[in-house]
Write a protein that binds this ligand. Structure first.
Ligand SMILES: Nc1ncnc2c1ncn2[C@@H]1O[C@H](COP(=O)(O)OP(=O)(O)OP(=O)(O)O)[C@@H](O)[C@H]1O
Ligand SMILES: [Mg+2]
Length: 122
């Protein structure tokens, strides 16, 4: 299993959500976060000026998928939906996940992240 963590612009949250819905991602977590990238929160830096870290509000998506094929599909969908071409578009990180458990049934591993028995469930 693979975890994809995507930090995107606040105003891109709906677009990213819809893109993930379109590829039928089954489950995601979204949070409001603060952060900065290589520009340390500034879009412009004057030579010789003091650099203070300036945190900007961003949206973080967390999605666990079962295969590398899904990883690629998910990353491509997020990239396409979150892209503007300007600095601060965001970052995507992915890493291996050791375990997942669906608490209701006790299912673990990839079984825990496949659609459950009740499709009306959240
Ligand atoms: N190395 C990092 N570690 C952790 N979080 C990061 C890192 N780089 C970026 N982020 C997160 O991603 C958000 C967006 O980063 P951003 O898009 O500005 O990255 P960047 O590398 O500066 O790219 P760009 O040059 O396009 O702005 C940051 O506000 C921060 O929350
Ligand atoms: Mg940046």
């Amino acid at each position: 299993m693979i975890k994809i963590e995507a930090i995107v612009r606040e105003e891109k949250m709906e677009d990213v959500k819809e893109a993930l819905q379109k590829i039928q991602v089954r489950g995601l977590t979204v949070s409001q976060v603060m952060g900065c990238g290589t520009q340390m929160g500034y879009t412009e830096q004057v030579r010789g000026s003091k650099i203070h870290i300036n945190m900007l509000p961003k949206i973080k998506f967390e999605i666990i998928v079962s295969t590398e094929e899904w990883e690629r599909k998910t990353i491509d969908a997020i990239c396409a939906a979150a892209h503007t071409g300007n600095v601060g578009d965001g970052k995507i990180f992915s890493y291996e996940i050791r375990e997942a458990v669906r608490i209701r049934t006790g299912e673990s591993g990839t079984d825990a992240i496949q659609p459950g028995e009740d499709p009306a469930d959240d």
